[in-house]
Write a protein of this length. Structure first.
Length: 129
């Protein structure tokens, strides 16, 4: 009789522990994590970049532990007389790095404007948690 009670108790504890572990895993997968992103890309001397990294590292919230693709867009009226959009695209490489691509688009210009040259670039963004 005691063995039957012990066996039943053991099964209940084991099932409870399994359910708790699954609940914690599900909660962690839905939880948002703030990641610090650092950009590693070569800049052309004297070039102007419309970048989310203009003031240093970028912090983003991502649900779960898996990195997802990201896109940043920055609009600016530049002193060349044109309005520009800088677009930064990040594609996960692994759990701690993104492939980085920066492109610019001239949206419009004043009639007498002399637009700057476009300065696309590529690089790596690291997750510095």
């Amino acid at each position: 009789m005691q063995q039957a009670l012990t066996s039943s108790l053991y099964r209940s504890v084991a099932i409870g522990a399994l359910l708790l572990a699954l609940s914690v895993a599900q909660f962690r997968a839905k939880q948002e994590h703030v990641h610090r992103l650092s950009l590693h890309a070569v800049a052309q001397p004297g070039a102007l970049y419309l970048t989310a990294w203009r003031n240093g590292a970028v912090h983003v919230s991502i649900k779960g532990h898996k990195l997802t693709p990201l896109k940043f867009s920055t609009l600016a009226a530049v002193n060349d007389g044109c309005r520009w959009r800088g677009t930064e695209t990040l594609v996960p490489i692994d759990d701690h790095r993104y492939a980085y691509r920066y492109d610019e688009t001239i949206l419009d210009c004043d009639p007498d404007a002399v637009p700057y040259i476009k300065t696309p670039r590529t690089g790596i963004v690291t997750v510095d948690d």
